[in-house]
Design a protein around this ligand. Structure first.
Ligand SMILES: NC(=O)C1=CN([C@@H]2O[C@H](COP(=O)(O)OP(=O)(O)OC[C@H]3O[C@@H](n4cnc5c(N)ncnc54)[C@H](OP(=O)(O)O)[C@@H]3O)[C@@H](O)[C@H]2O)C=CC1
Ligand SMILES: O=C(O)[C@@H]1CCC=N1
Length: 264
């Protein structure tokens, strides 16, 4: 597997770390215009850092694009003559449809749209994925790449916008909940480091319980809420203050913003 990550920024570098973590590539190119901050990656023998997208594309078979939405069209325009049917072209770009990619590079390419999140750097991304007609022949390969770095779900392209909010932005939403829990723990007397440790591991435990049991969250909540106990008292107060409602409204607001990004 010869991977090029075009746009080694926040997400691109997270993917690069995930690839290294999972030994997922024989060679890897990382590109950005200003390469000085990421030259360090060349200490991994099979990694080349360059600002030359052309070199990266010509020497790779799997191309992962992770540039900002406003840069993607012009990069595809510049590179389209180098893209061949031997490439698997994976876009992570928010709000950029497969048909728009096909308009620039043609439908005769294997095109996959993916939505990973930054936890890919530690091999624990939730990645949603879909493809163009020809890309269906390579979707299993793309899934295999992302499955090495977490969990993958194939979805219809129409759901990609929603997946972006729940899975990609979702990392930030969960981080904020962990931070708020940490602040609560500090107020109750733990020092900051311990407070974060308690918050992170409890969050991890809650997710693991659901993943391993397959249970609905409310079933697990019922096991925690002792009648007349402290948990239900706290939960009810959180709901009086709008916990679920504010999360849902935030999710819908993020979703609506993507439509604006799509329109440029
Ligand atoms: N951040 C996240 O968690 C997620 C992001 N995404 C999507 O991934 C994409 C990247 O987001 P994010 O990583 O946050 O953005 P960043 O701005 O952090 O990364 C984009 C990178 O692209 C580089 N770049 C710009 N122009 C070129 C070019 N011509 N050739 C090569 N590289 C170039 C930039 O570096 P330089 O300026 O030095 O060239 C920059 O490092 C977006 O489309 C976003 O919607 C999707 C899911 C999650
Ligand atoms: O905030 C953004 O627009 C990108 C897409 C999802 C995560 N980061």
């Amino acid at each position: 597997m010869k991977i090029a990550i075009i746009g080694a920024g926040n997400l691109g570098l997270s993917i690069a770390k995930g690839v290294l973590h999972s030994n997922g590539a024989t060679t890897m190119y990382l590109t950005k215009r200003n390469t000085s901050e990421i030259k360090d990656f060349e200490k991994y023998g099979n990694v080349t850092v360059t600002s030359d997208n052309k070199e990266a594309i010509q020497n790779s078979d799997t191309l992962i694009f992770a540039v900002q939405p406003g840069h993607f069209s012009s990069i595809l325009e510049e590179m389209k003559d180098l893209l061949t049917e031997n490439h698997v072209i994976i876009s992570t770009i928010t709000g950029f449809s497969i048909s728009k990619i096909e308009e620039i590079i043609g439908a005769d390419k294997h095109i996959v749209r993916s939505m990973p999140n930054t936890a890919i750097s530690v091999g624990n991304s939730m990645t949603c994925i879909c493809s163009n007609e020809l890309g269906k022949k390579r979707i299993d390969l793309a899934k295999a790449i992302f499955n090495r770095m977490g969990h993958t779900l194939e979805i219809p392209e129409e759901q990609m916008q929603a997946a972006t909010v729940i899975c990609a932005s979702g990392i930030a939403f969960w981080m904020r909940l962990i931070r708020a829990t940490t602040q609560g723990a500090i107020q109750l007397g733990f020092d900051a480091k311990e407070a974060q440790e308690l918050a992170m591991h409890t969050c991890n435990g809650a997710a693991s319980l659901l993943i391993e049991s397959g249970n609905h969250p409310e079933e697990e909540i019922d096991r925690v809420t002792t009648p007349k106990g402290c948990t239900i008292e706290g939960l009810n107060e959180m709901e009086h203050q709008g916990l679920s409602s504010s999360l849902i409204r935030g999710i819908v607001t993020s979703f609506e913003k993507i439509s604006k990004i799509r329109k440029g």
